[in-house]
Design a protein around this ligand. Structure first.
Ligand code: NAP
Length: 315
């Protein structure tokens, strides 16, 4: 039986594993995506016990939300937790806008694309420069009262911005970068989140695929490739990460008859500081494989070994 996780002060309840959908219809962000594969990927995730779908206007400028709406049409809507985000203004070169009227319109637009009459979690995707954050969240509180959204989230906010946003105690959930190899949010955000009973969803849980163990230590990347632009995929840091995966995570995975990715996902699932883990997938096979992380329970000692193996990585 999958644990039920309550989101912040809201009445939204989710299982511990979701699906990240920036590669479902996110043609503006990633090359070579196929919409029908995207729809099948969402269905595979739902068929394998995933409860949360994490999307955003930004993923395909509405296309990801639209494809999710298509995918869930044959499922029981009440069994699915839909989380979406907005802030980027398509009329202003996608600059973030947190004005109440803008966010209110974005929620209506998202509802239409998703083909639903409520959104379980709505996040302000990025902070803008000038809107007082409590005013932005105040607008979402009105939408919550109106039943259009059920929980209020913010994403990519600094601690100060989060505190301002949560001035009236309305924030239920925060989404920010966090994974085995970059745990900064544990220092910057988590103490405040725990104090305020705000849920936390980490993004990049697989470090963009690196933590699946599919890259080899001696692998090099073409200049201009996306990996060549990321520190995690370079030099000593890349070597240390691939070595820790091979020497620590792989043997634990073998003992559980699981994959490296499943063990990494199980490492987040056991952590009470983390509400829901949302690994991205580009294919139904990846979504199904990742969903099986729900069957992996790590021992306390295995959790410690994994934590220690990635603690002191070269910068
Ligand atoms: N709030 C924000 O600002 C923000 C920012 C970023 C992401 N997000 C959300 O967080 C989610 C997760 O982040 P992410 O998707 O960017 O990164 P991620 O979860 O760290 O990595 C996902 C990628 O890893 C690869 N992968 C996944 N499962 C695999 C498997 N079983 N075997 C082999 N490869 C596998 C796939 O890429 P390849 O097949 O291409 O290798 C997949 O797209 C996103 O989808 C999005 O919903 C939010």
């Amino acid at each position: 039986m999958t644990a039920s996780i309550k989101i912040g002060h809201s009445d939204v309840v989710s299982g511990p594993l979701g699906l990240g959908t920036n590669k479902i219809g996110g043609h503006n962000l990633f090359p070579g995506l196929d919409d029908q594969t995207g729809v099948q990927t969402v269905k595979a995730a739902l068929d394998h016990g995933i409860s949360m779908l994490d999307t955003a206007f930004m993923y395909g400028l509405g296309n990801s939300e639209y494809l999710i709406g298509q995918a869930i049409a044959d499922y029981d809507r009440h069994q699915i937790v839909i989380a979406t985000k907005a802030a980027q203004n398509p009329d202003q070169e996608l600059r973030p806008n947190n004005r109440p009227a803008f966010l209110t319109q974005q929620v209506d637009n998202a509802l239409q694309r998703l083909g639903t009459d409520y959104i379980d979690i709505f996040y302000i995707h990025f902070p803008d420069q000038d809107t007082p954050k409590y005013e932005a969240v105040g607008a979402l509180e009105k939408l919550k009262e109106a039943g259009k959204i059920r929980a209020i989230g913010v994403s990519n906010f600094s601690l100060d911005q989060l505190k301002e946003a949560n001035q009236d105690g309305y924030v239920d959930i925060v989404e920010d970068a966090y994974n085995l190899i970059d745990r900064q949010a544990a220092q910057t955000l988590m103490p405040y989140l725990q104090q305020q009973k705000i849920s936390f969803v980490p993004y990049f849980p697989l470090a963009s695929g690196l933590l699946t163990g599919k890259y080899q230590a001696n692998q090099t990347f073409e200049p201009g490739s996306w990996q060549a632009k990321r520190a995690n995929f370079q030099g000593e840091r890349f070597a240390a990460i691939t070595t820790a995966l091979a020497e620590t995570v792989k043997p634990i995975a073998a003992a559980h008859q699981a994959t490296t990715a499943q063990v990494v996902l199980a490492w987040y699932i056991q952590d009470p500081a983390i509400a829901v883990v949302i690994p991205g997938a580009r294919t139904p096979e990846q979504a199904a494989q990742n969903a099986a992380a729900l069957n992996v329970t790590l021992s306390v000692d295995e959790v410690k070994q994994i934590s220690a193996a990635f603690k002191h990585l070269p910068a």
